[in-house]
Design a protein around this ligand. Structure first.
Ligand code: ATP
Ligand code: MG
Ligand code: MG
Length: 530
């Protein structure tokens, strides 16, 4: 029972997949290259990989690139890079566009068998008819005519072709509205990022997904549960075309409070310059959360702990950051920093000469090696907040150094402007009330600590609400600080702890003319101090 906490994350997976045989399972992660990978996609990718490995099967990474108006090479490359970052390697990389010819032929087959027809009803009317369960005037169009429209008009992108689409002839008024003659092919004249202008017609998701899954040998198609209504349609397509059946296995989307995961909405923030890029630390993209200090291990642990749950919930970010903290705490080197605004100098009349010593970067993890710490000298710096707690005559401990005795606190109103003190290094640190982090003045190196707020103020944007009405006015909070000079040697991506402050990730390295920039890593506990 004591190990229950640890295995809880694994237990949910014991459910397994229906009809899964070791060595035969094939799963696929099918991103559309229309944006950068976000944390929701990461869940889908990790789950697909998990099942492929669990059953010693195969994982296909398939770019679902059937809509040239939204897709770009840039997105495709970034998705591959991000998957690699997550440690996910497909056994096969494929593209829906590899199957354009097969799908085109299958569409012709469907038309010839009377299972699909060309329809030039306007979009608006079509939507209304589908809502009301009314047949399209074109539903019984002769096969020859539909074929002609598809092959000679739509496929060539003529004006007449552009007015038409192909619809599967499933049902006019089924209770499940996804079965009401869904569109399976439409024209698009935008050049495709892989096939150029070879095609003027493109299959819809509803047609493409089951066909490519079946052709590629997918045994288990993982889909988020909002697609559940579409499962009947998915099965219909395969049956109508005489293709091999695929098992559908649904799982819950992840959503986070005050977070948008729609690529279209994220693109808006990029286009409006509300964020720096898709890698912005306020973005829920894989790049964004990594820049904010999320580790690959933390992200994977989080997804596995969610397991294949079918409940859609609006998760709080503190959950995932708490998991990340467990990963970084034992390995984040510890350093010292003080806030520059109203920093307080402690002056020693009896200063010892300065010494530089090697000290462990992490007292509990000697493997991390040592850092240089400057001791002694005439002045050390402490935070105003700490100075506020001190009293004349008090003996306090400067952490990892020793005790000092406060002789006089200089004030301007409530603000402490300086402290005179004398060293009492041999004093007992167990007896002091205050243990304060500090920095030798000669060692103080400028840096910037940056914290962020969520981009929107509302936990969940409901259907019909516009996210643009809920933008957080201020989302970046910069604090100038001074840190020990070891930060001069840190590289972008280094994760450290500033003692008694929190965890930080270096985003811009220190240089002679620019301070180092650190991003605050939420630890899931401290309520951020905006
Ligand atoms: P968007 O609507 O933001 O464009 P999408 O779902 O259409 O997202 P895809 O690139 O088609 O984006 O998604 C690839 C895979 O990731 C799909 O299998 C999809 O179900 C899954 N996925 C997308 N968002 C989430 C989410 N929030 N939680 C879990 N899985 C998700
Ligand atoms: Mg999609
Ligand atoms: Mg979508």
């Amino acid at each position: 029972k004591s190990g229950q906490k640890k295995v809880a994350s694994k237990a949910s997976f014991e459910i397994g997949l229906v009809n899964a045989k070791e060595g035969e399972v094939v799963t696929r992660f099918p991103p559309e290259p229309s944006g950068y990978l976000h944390i929701g996609h990461a869940k889908a990718a990790v789950l697909n990989e998990y099942f492929a490995r669990q059953y010693k099967g195969k994982l296909i990474i398939r770019f679902d690139d059937t809509n040239p108006s939204k897709e770009k090479e840039e997105f495709q490359d970034s998705i591959l890079e991000d998957l690699e970052l997550l440690g996910i390697k497909g056994d096969v990389i494929s593209y829906s566009s590899d199957y354009f010819q097969e799908m085109y032929d299958l569409c012709i087959k469907m038309i010839k068998e009377g299972k699909a027809y060309a329809d030039d009803t306007t979009q608006e009317v079509m939507r209304e008819q589908r809502m009301d369960g009314i047949a399209s005037a074109r539903r019984d169009r002769p096969v020859e005519e539909s074929l002609d429209v598809f092959e000679n008009q739509m496929a060539k992108g003529t004006e007449e072709g552009l007015k038409n689409c192909i619809r599967a002839k499933i049902s006019v008024d089924a209770g499940n509205k996804t079965l009401r003659d869904p569109v399976i092919y439409r024209c698009n004249l935008t050049p495709h990022h892989r096939t150029g202008d070879k095609w003027k017609v493109y299959p819809t998701y509803d047609f493409c997904c089951p066909i490519v899954d079946s052709i590629e040998g997918v045994t288990h198609a993982l889909r988020t549960i909002e697609y559940r209504d579409r499962n009947a349609q998915y099965d219909w397509m395969l049956k109508a075309l005489g293709l091999r059946k695929v098992h559908i296995w649904d799982f819950a989307r992840v959503n986070f409070v005050r977070t948008l995961l729609s690529k279209r909405k994220l693109q808006w923030f990029v286009d409006q310059d509300k964020v720096e890029s898709w890698s912005d630390p306020r973005f829920p993209t894989v790049r964004g959360v990594r820049r904010r200090g999320m580790t690959v291990e933390g992200l994977r642990n989080f997804i596995i702990s969610q397991g294949p749950s079918k409940n859609i919930i609006n998760l709080d970010w503190s959950l995932i950051w708490a998991i990340n903290k467990k990963v970084i705490d034992p390995v984040a080197p510890r350093h010292s920093a003080v806030v520059k605004k109203d920093v307080v100098e402690i002056s020693f009349a009896d200063a010892a000469p300065e010494t530089v010593e090697d000290r462990p970067k992490h007292k509990k993890n000697p493997d991390l090696g040592t850092k240089k710490t400057v001791f002694g000298g005439k002045k050390v710096l402490i935070d105003q907040d700490d100075a506020q707690t001190l009293k004349d005559g008090e003996e306090l401990t400067l952490m990892d150094w020793g005790n000092i005795i406060v002789e006089k606190i200089h004030k301007n109103g409530d603000l402490v402007t300086g402290i005179d003190a004398k060293l009492h290094l041999e004093g007992d640190f167990k007896k002091t009330e205050h243990k304060v982090s500090w920095l030798a003045e000669s060692d103080a190196t400028p840096c910037e600590l940056v914290d962020f707020d969520h981009l929107i103020t509302k936990d969940k944007i409901e259907e019909g609400e516009n996210f643009e009405d809920w933008l957080t006015p201020e989302t970046v909070f910069k604090t100038e600080a001074l840190a020990d000079s070891n930060i001069k040697n840190m590289k972008v991506g280094d994760i450290i702890q500033f003692e008694r402050k929190g965890y930080y990730r270096l985003d811009q390295p220190w240089s002679e003319d620019k301070p180092a920039v650190f991003f605050t890593i939420p630890d899931g506990k401290v309520v951020q101090k905006y």
